[in-house]
Design a protein around this ligand. Structure first.
Ligand code: GCW
Length: 678
């Protein structure tokens, strides 16, 4: 339950002595709920890590820790941080310094939230066994928006939730368990999150009233989030004005509609002065939107933006817009093209307080997709990337799939915008185009399960997302190491095993599921488990076109949907070319015979067989590796993961056999190694 706030007790030794020397006393002179929360986190953390009571006193008599804002009246901080440092610390950043002469480790920030982040940082250093004798750092978050999107429904269900039910709502009521909300806010804040949208982007009837009838309940949650530096956002129903029967239309250019949203905004800000803004899924998967009135997305988003503008609120408008009533016989319509085709022409037409939210890939959070070509293409529009921490298509938190390596790869992708290099991370942090608003959002993977995420190891994705949003330069290994230390302690043998499991897991999951970027070989609706033709004859635009000769989607310019041309420079050339296209995305861009030879030297069919046999074996290997930890970590933690890994190993075999059998039957080509295929 405490997840990365577990702070396992550190071993006695030289480092322990060092920590005990500095951490016995703490001095905080400022009031304010966020500073007080920071103080509480500090004393809790130190008690847990060092079994030490950090005595709080106004002045330090001997070694100790001091923290506060630069404008606060703490004499130690004022003496310690010169102007240059103060200026270098951004709104949410902090400076941290060890002064041997003043016998003080000081954390200073421009805001109280910055102080809180700084305190968490110091705790993390200690938990990871880092030296704190010579600290001298200025740390600022790289991305200004670091957001979590809940897909929680008011009835207590969670769309694509794999960790129990919602802890925000139950039976169309807001939870009364404010302690859990507080603990959630603490966890999010430690991970660096500063924005949370608390309801599903699919806004149903009752949730439509969150901006009116239920505002007092929403405000109670915002009050808790505020303490931890988090702004609350709501998903809104574009047809809201009609829903309550007050206005006969939701046309964004209608004066009555505009007024309706303005008065909602006024009510919201009266209840929640620091309300973040709206998240909107419009004209997407049957949700209402501006198309109904012959208006475009800019008309829709700008109308809402005008309502929020006087209060500094923002509109986050999702780009997950595509035709979900496609005819599978129609091979020209390509869902992958949709976001770009809809939004590229509107570039520059959105108000300054609108952010477009773009899923990382052009389809939908598959285990492997190319990066959405909208990154790099939007030159004059604020935008953020959307990841999915919830493992909808990556094992639903029954399989381990550490997604940070995938996100890293996406963030490093060079879009070649502006002549390049222009990696996605420089686009989403706003630096490439000089965007005022930018950052990263992700779909949450939490629920009311005791361990928050169902699979204990899925906590690493939640923590990792926050850390990566804070600093995309952190490596997947570093993030895993932090999470492991904070959760399991500093035993290097234990850390080595868990780290290996995490770092291998995405590749393993990919290898026994969908090959070579093809995707969607899953059971319809719930999306769990293999079903090669599950989405083949559907209306969702999600096909692989396997027949007895070959497989893959032709997205080339000459003979396919032309999607490859949405990329820039050599990316467009590389993806379009059968010879140059990277193996892992081959079937995303090309339809090839099973006998096509990959860069790896294998044929497509042999690649499918090999990866599926190996993948299932490696999934078994994860279980064996975990088995080695028996006795070295707490029994409760050990067994819950062991159970999941057993399930994964068995389920990986099911994947292996269904996929291999399907392609053997289609192609008639035998496995070169003669392994069992049914
Ligand atoms: O992947 C799809 C999910 C839907 C989800 C949608 C979206 C919230 O299957 O459950 O709806 O994406 O992102 O809007």
């Amino acid at each position: 339950y405490n997840a990365w706030l577990s702070y396992p007790k550190l071993q006695q030794g030289p480092l322990y002595k060092q920590y005990a020397k500095w951490c016995g006393a703490v001095s905080v002179t400022e009031g304010g709920e966020t500073i007080q929360a920071a103080l509480q986190e500090w004393t809790r953390g130190i008690a847990s890590l060092l079994d030490l009571e950090a005595v709080s006193k106004p002045q330090l008599e001997d070694f100790g820790v001091a923290f506060g804002t630069f404008t606060g009246d703490h004499p130690l901080l004022q003496g310690l941080f010169e102007d240059e440092t103060v200026q270098a610390v951004g709104v949410e950043g902090f400076a941290i310094r060890t002064s041997q002469s003043l016998k003080c480790i000081a954390v200073g920030a421009s805001s109280q939230a910055g102080v809180l982040y700084g305190v968490f940082h110091l705790l993390r250093l200690i938990a990871s066994g880092k030296d704190i004798e010579n600290l001298d750092e200025i740390v600022n978050p790289v991305n200004s928006l670091r957001m979590i999107n809940h897909w929680d429904n008011f009835d207590g269900s969670v769309e694509r939730g794999y960790s129990g039910r919602s802890f925000l709502y139950e039976n169309n009521q807001f939870t009364k368990d404010m302690d859990r909300i507080t603990d959630y806010a603490r966890l999010m804040s430690t991970a660096g999150i500063n924005a949370i949208a608390i309801n599903n982007v699919n806004v149903h009837a009752l949730e439509t009233l969150f901006i009116s009838t239920y505002l007092p309940d929403v405000a109670r949650i915002a009050d808790i989030f505020r303490i931890y530096g988090i702004r609350l956002y709501l998903c809104v129903n574009f047809a809201g004005p009609m829903h309550e029967g007050e206005v006969g239309t939701a046309d964004p250019l209608d004066a009555g509609v505009k007024e309706w949203w303005k008065s909602r905004a006024a009510d919201i800000y009266a209840a929640i002065p620091d309300f973040g803004g709206f998240v909107v899924k419009a004209d997407s998967e049957n949700r209402p939107g501006p198309f109904t009135y012959g208006r475009n997305h800019a008309d829709g988003a700008n109308m809402l933006a005008e309502a929020l503008e006087p209060y500094g609120g923002i509109v986050i408008w999702r780009c997950f817009v595509y035709n979900c009533k496609q005819d599978w016989r129609d091979r020209k319509t390509d869902r992958a093209r949709a976001a770009y085709d809809h939004f590229k022409p509107l570039d520059g037409q959105f108000h300054d307080n609108v952010i477009l939210q773009i899923k990382n890939g052009p389809m939908d959070f598959q285990v492997r997709e190319p990066v959405s070509p909208l990154f790099g293409a939007l030159e004059r529009t604020n935008h953020v990337i959307e990841f999915q921490i919830a493992q909808e298509y990556t094992g639903q938190q029954r399989h381990v799939c550490y997604l940070v390596p995938q996100w890293k790869e996406i963030m490093e992708f060079d879009t070649q915008a502006k002549g390049g290099p222009a990696p996605v991370k420089r686009i989403v942090d706003g630096s490439l185009w000089g965007n005022r608003l930018s950052g990263i959002a992700a779909v949450s993977n939490v629920g009311n399960d005791r361990n928050w995420t169902g699979h204990l190891l899925a906590q690493a994705n939640l923590y990792g997302f926050g850390r990566l949003a804070w600093n995309p330069e952190l490596s997947a290994e570093e993030i895993a190491a932090e999470w492991i230390a904070l959760t399991f302690g500093t035993d290097t043998a234990v850390a080595g095993v868990i780290s290996r499991i995490l770092l291998d897991s995405w590749e393993i999951y990919e290898s026994y599921t969908s090959p070579l970027g093809v995707g969607w070989m899953i059971n319809p609706e719930h999306h769990y488990g293999p079903n090669v033709d599950g989405y083949e004859y559907s209306m969702w635009g999600t096909y692989h076109y396997a027949d007895h000769q070959g497989i893959g989607v032709d997205r080339t310019v000459a003979t396919g949907t032309g999607y490859s041309a949405q990329y820039m420079g050599s990316n467009a050339v590389r993806y379009d070319s059968l010879e140059e296209c990277p193996d892992e995305l081959l079937l995303f861009f090309h339809h090839v015979p099973y006998t096509h030879v990959l860069h790896s030297g294998k044929t497509v069919i042999q690649h499918i067989y090999d990866t599926h046999f190996e993948g299932a074996e490696r999934a078994e290997g994860l279980l064996d590796a975990w088995g080695g930890l028996k006795g070295s970590i707490a029994e409760g933690l050990y067994t819950q993961v062991e159970e999941r890994l057993q399930g994964q190993a068995a389920h990986a075999k099911e994947w292996r056999d269904q996929i291999n059998t399907y392609f053997y039957r289609k192609s008639g080509i035998a496995d070169a190694l003669g392994r069992t295929i049914y």
